[in-house]
Design a protein around this ligand. Sequence first.
Ligand code: ADP
Ligand code: MG
Length: 475
Amino acid sequence: MSNLQNPPALNSPNPLGFWDDAIGALASELSPQQFKTWIQPLTLVSYDISERSLIVGAPNRFKLDWIKKTFSDRFQEMADLYFGHPVVLGFILSVDVAVAQTQVASAPQERFESQEVVPTTPDSTSTEEQAFEIEDHSKLNPNLTFETFVTGKANQLARAASIQVAHNPGTSYNPMFLYGGVGLGKTHLIHAIGNHLLKEKPSARIRYIHAEQYVSDVVRAYQQKAFDRFKRYYHSLDLLLIDDIQFFSGKSRTQEEFFYAFEALLSNKAQVIITSDTYPKEMAGIDDRLISRFDSGLTVAIEPPELEMRVAILMKKALSEGIPMSEDVAFFVAKHLRSNVRELEGALRKILAFVRFHGREVTIDVARIALKDLLSIQNRQISVENIQKAVADFYSIKVADMYSKKRPANIARPRQIAMFMAKELTQKSLPEIGELFGGRDHTTVLHAVRKIGDERSHDGQLNHEIHVIEQTLKS
Ligand code: ADP
Ligand code: MG
């Protein structure tokens, strides 16, 4: 994404800087699929600084309506925050040819990946000049460094391992496999490794790539018969950072290509760093030989942040925005928002926007007003993620075990308790709960719900435990 290469100049707001910033923010807030579908096709059609107006174009009526309905508030909020004054924001249908072409070009790719059919003829428009190009940039975001990464119990191992690898790439921990839930700092940490190495050794060939982008690079290389170039590029890196590798699931052609790249890189003593939402053995739809490679170096988890760390993150980020937040306000916010760092950042953005507009100090009352919607949602509904975290904490197991397929009793039982609580405390259906527990069948959830419900009625100890967990969830 372009914002990774050219971070906006924060001190001089300008429309293009805003656009990069906004797209970058949405890229980290949405799933890659959502981002690709809704945000990527948008263009900044025009802007007028004196009129304080920006116009965003969408490629078709359907997307236009949807963007207006779903994202206009978010864009407005980001624009107002970025420029520091209210901006008039319009959405129109763009007749941008480039956008239309991008969409046509992406169609064969989906077909290829879903059916694993390799196109035999190159795209008719592909000529020598338009041959497959790999942009020769690291794609590192310079803002994601170790300095801006707050440490706590939840991530200290991951950070220590990352520092170690950044200092001695290609030697001890190769590959390094970093896993954990969304918004916990995986992407941040691997950029930090890349940035560190780049500083130490500016000539190092470093590449950050999201797994989904790698998949489409493989497809493009195929369509344009440019595999040699593709291979030369990937096999010659010093450091490959590949993010969210679970996106390789079911894409066997991509996996095969990656396997070769991986072998080549390791034999060159180049460092490979991989992130995923779960640990290697739990990954579904990934070839066994890749899984065993992933597991052959160092595998390290990153866990949801504990209270003190959430407080530290809020205070540090507020300070870096030039609006200090006192510890009691940070505690107030951190107590209410527990799931991940991305959520905390969203809350902080809301508070800062409110404070800037109304010229207020950051107090608990201000935070409460600014986060009114967020907090009422949190209070009304307890999320399945929060239940998983609370139960895992209580029984001292990893949150990742909630979605894992492992079945030892010390894990299986807390997992059943969490499923039972998810049914009791949320509005989710059995299949939805199954999905959130690593794609389990609804009958598995039903079994857990009945079993725990039954036991609870005559097991005082279990009843107490569930009660305590419920209290932590509601406090
Ligand atoms: P993941 O890749 O695990 O989904 P990210 O690395 O994208 O999560 O983190 C989400 C957001 O939270 C990013 O803006 C990131 O900079 C920030 N973040 C995550 N962990 C930390 C941390 N320990 N200190 C500071 N910022 C963090
Ligand atoms: Mg990430």
